[in-house]
Design a protein around this ligand. Structure first.
Ligand code: GDP
Length: 191
């Protein structure tokens, strides 16, 4: 009655038969130091604490949000825990992911290039119905900006992705990021 959904491999209805409770695996990808852990901490705990690394290991953090149409979305968030250094492990990490959040740092063109590498990687090896978001983080450092907002917009548009600039430090657009992703998830068919 609940659980299995025709055609949607990576988004599951985890609630009662009539509820609209969606559960989805979300992975973060991007260069080391772009702020992935800080984005997760800000979203899940409402904090910015650069000294406390999210220790993930075998586990993940989860956070549920409610949308206006009364759908709830439970994100199971997998941080890379340094796996960006081991590209060969990446496919294990994003297997089964319904959402990929690809993060760069707006002060670092190298990190923007790396983000594009991850997009291509997911286009090749990720699930075909994965929802991808491109995130330009550290927007509070706009005085040191080296990646124009328009470059992010253009790249995302050309690759069918959602784009947003965030700051984990000031909390700017962090909740919006996850809400926009939630809205874009394929909905379980009610049957
Ligand atoms: P990760 O390796 O991608 O997980 O990056 P971290 O979350 O560990 O962050 C790397 C560094 O960037 C830390 O020193 C954070 O304090 C800093 N940082 C993360 N997000 C922001 C942000 O939005 N603004 C600023 N100014 N610094 C940030």
């Amino acid at each position: 009655r609940s659980g299995r959904l025709g055609g949607l491999n990576n988004v599951e209805n985890s609630g009662a038969p009539d509820s609209k409770n969606i559960r989805v695996k979300l992975v973060l990808l991007g260069d080391s130091g772009v702020g992935k852990s800080c984005i997760v901490l800000r979203f899940v705990r409402g904090q910015f604490d650069p000294t406390s690394k999210v220790t993930v290991g075998a586990s993940f953090l989860s956070q549920t949000i409610a949308l206006q149409d009364s759908t709830t979305v439970k994100f199971e968030i997998w941080d890379t825990a340094g796996q960006e250094r081991y590209a060969a492990l990446a496919p294990l990490y994003y297997r089964g992911a319904g959402v990929a959040v690809i993060v760069y740092d707006i002060t670092s063109p190298e990190s923007f290039n790396k983000a594009q590498y991850w997009v291509k990687e997911l286009q090749k090896h990720g699930s075909p119905d994965i929802v991808m978001a491109l995130v330009g983080n550290k927007a509070d450092l706009w005085t040191n900006r080296e990646v124009p907002t328009q470059d992010g917009i253009d790249y995302a548009e050309n690759n069918g992705m959602f784009f947003i600039e965030t700051s984990a430090k000031t909390a700017d657009n962090i909740n919006q990021l996850f809400e926009e992703i939630a809205k874009r998830l394929p909905r379980p068919s009610s049957s």
